[in-house]
Design a protein around this ligand. Structure first.
Ligand code: ZN
Length: 266
């Protein structure tokens, strides 16, 4: 089964509850609540949201703050762990299955050192998650800039050491980091298989089109730019044989999510 929806509230939504209703009105069934700038949905508000989302069949997820960086010094590292924890608490209250996070930047350090830092931080976070009985999974997003930690290989290394972590393939980011590497159905098949080989469950992914430079991601673009072409992913995903959530992160996330839904149903 496919669950498709926007990153962020559909236009005109006043608050989270209306956003879930508007997602449903658009014929969509997923919503990624954005905590990019701050965790702006309290546990209390989350608890009001959960039953309505369940009733309307809208699969909720959350995106943790962008300024999280587990490969940072002192204060900022502890703060990053706390920002992820607040995201997980609100996500748990609203019944979200997964919290997506940009885990780290290299900060001039080698990949292995950054991976080590991510593992150590996520172990601490997971300890609290277990103590508090929070249910959401931590989703590590594949990152689009060459200076950002988060290749599928790095994510796999963390998954080998920390429980409750899943990969979140962002196809725009994979395409940008790989200098336009998603050109054929086979390219997408490899990217999807790479993520699916790491775990057995529902696959949570991000899609948009993207502009890139030698440093990778520059900015997200509308679906119509076909960079990469969603049609190719449409042919691959039905063969995945498992539930897939697709979150649209284009500059028109709701409009393009509706198009994506329609293309998947053809
Ligand atoms: Zn992201």
């Amino acid at each position: 089964m496919f669950f498709v929806g926007p990153a962020g509230y559909p236009p005109g939504s006043k608050g989270a509850l209306q956003a879930v209703e508007n997602v449903r009105k658009l014929g969509l069934d997923a919503l990624e609540v954005q905590f990019g700038r701050s965790v702006n949905l309290s546990v209390e508000k989350g608890r009001e949201l959960a039953p309505r989302a369940r009733e309307l069949g809208v699969a909720l997820s959350a995106h943790a703050p962008y300024y999280i960086n587990f490969n940072s010094e002192g204060d900022n590292r502890a703060k990053s762990e706390n920002w992820l924890l607040s995201s997980l608490r609100s996500a748990d209250a609203m019944g979200a299955r997964i919290v997506v996070v940009h885990a780290a930047s290299y900060m001039g350090r080698p990949s292995s050192a950054a991976t080590r830092a991510v593992v150590d931080s996520l172990r601490r976070v997971r300890k609290v998650v277990a103590d508090e009985g929070l249910t959401p999974i931590i989703g590590l997003e594949t990152m689009g800039k060459v200076g950002s930690w988060g290749t599928l290989e790095e994510i796999a290394q963390v998954m080998a050491e920390v429980e409750g972590v899943e990969p979140v393939p962002d196809f725009a980011h994979i395409h940008a980091r790989g200098q336009g590497c998603l050109r054929t159905e086979e390219d997408f098949q490899r990217a999807v298989d790479g993520a699916m080989d790491l775990f057995p469950g529902r696959l949570h992914c991000h899609f948009s089109c993207i502009e890139y430079t030698a440093k990778g991601e520059k900015r997200h673009l509308l679906l119509e730019t076909k960079e990469p072409d969603f049609e190719l992913l449409c042919r691959v995903l039905p063969r995945a044989g498992r539930d897939v959530t697709l979150i649209c992160e284009s500059p028109d996330p709701s409009g393009d999510a509706v198009t994506m839904r329609r293309m998947l149903e053809r």
